[in-house]
Design a protein around this ligand. Structure first.
Ligand code: PLP
Length: 336
């Protein structure tokens, strides 16, 4: 494998985990080599998008152990997502076991320490039985597959440009806070349009007043004030990023910074010194510029490098993940 030049695409690996839900319970689950799924043309997932997912990575730590980062939080978040879509919960302990099994079975696809690459894991649950009247399916599949992905920042870390979107990603009291494919289906028009207009991502506003910053299509915001405080938006329609929660913890406990989680007005972001997007894929992607209908907000950190504090945060969390510095209790799960 040419780890350094891998992109973020699907590469089939030998094993995936499958558990089926029938007659009101999950079966024991198996590892299988079969990457194909046969379901009814009328399956709940196909007709009414009844599906939720997760995303996490397995990688090699500095000491050579193969590990995952806080998979318990993925398991818990998937339970919350499932509840919102009337999908039966997949128990946390079983989720963790399934993650361990898929990684162990595909061990040769876990990139070495220092490569910047990782084995991306995609747990998902979908309604597999036929439903034509609108109601929850009776049968489901829980699956996890693994695909190796390359380093996020291949040619160095380069700040990106966002634009304030005229679309909303979440409805008030809708599904913005859960990880459901439906949130992504309806963001596709917006992201293609952003790309066509030369922007990397959309900044979505709160769907009720359209005056507060929410998140992008797939990452939460972290801002740094001019006096070095961390500010991250609070809203009921933001997806609770595990990376963002971990970064805020590290900012307080490892770097001694003040962290404020509060509503953030679009009109105040021009006063911030730095801006970053956080998610599993990149940890933090620096944002250099935000375009609000022609008005350009250029962060003082500029378009060439990560802001100073953003960089410290990035380095601290990646060092915690790889075991270069001591992780908080329970953050690193070893695959045996
Ligand atoms: C998955 C996701 C994130 C990032 O969450 P992580 O747990 O940090 O990977 C942020 N926003 C949305 C909408 C997401 O789906």
């Amino acid at each position: 494998m040419d780890w350094a030049n891998l992109g973020f695409g699907y590469i089939k690996t030998p094993y995936r985990y499958v558990s089926e839900y029938k007659n009101g319970k999950w079966d024991g689950g198996i590892l299988t080599g079969d990457d194909k799924i046969v379901i009814s043309e009328c399956a709940g997932v196909l007709q009414y998008a009844q599906t939720v997912f997760e995303g996490l990575k397995a990688y090699t730590a500095k000491d050579g152990r193969i590990v995952t980062f806080r998979p318990d939080l993925n398991a818990e978040r998937m339970i919350e997502s499932a509840k919102r879509l009337e999908i039966p919960e997949f128990p946390k302990e079983r989720f963790l076991e399934a993650v361990d099994k898929v990684v162990a079975a595909n061990k040769s696809f876990v990139p070495p320490y220092g490569s910047g690459a990782s084995l991306y894991l995609r747990p998902f649950i979908f309604g597999s039985s036929a439903v034509i009247g609108v109601k929850p399916a009776k049968e489901y599949q829980f699956r996890i597959f693994a695909t190796p992905v390359g380093p996020y920042f291949k040619s160095g870390i380069k700040p990106i440009t966002l634009r304030v979107s005229d679309f909303d990603r979440a409805a008030p009291r809708g599904t913005g806070h859960v990880k459901a494919g439906l949130n992504y289906a309806m963001s596709l028009r917006a992201i293609v349009d952003a790309h066509e207009n030369g922007f990397d991502e959309n900044l979505y506003l709160d769907p009720t007043t359209r005056t507060f910053v929410e998140e992008t299509g797939g990452a939460n915001f972290i801002f740094v004030t001019k006096d070095g405080k961390i500010v991250t938006p609070k809203s009921d329609s933001i997806l609770p990023s595990i990376t963002r929660r971990s970064l805020c913890f590290a900012a307080e406990k490892y770097l001694g910074l003040t962290v404020e989680q509060r509503p953030v007005k679009l009109s105040e972001i021009e006063n911030f010194a730095e801006c970053g997007l956080c998610g599993t894929a990149a940890v933090i992607s620096p944002v250099g510029k935000i375009n609000d209908h022609g008005r350009e907000i250029l962060f003082p950190s500029g378009m060439n490098e990560m802001g100073e504090i953003t960089k410290k945060l990035y380095e601290t969390l990646t060092a915690i993940q790889t075991g270069e510095i001591q992780a908080p209790e329970g953050w690193i799960r070893e695959i045996r």
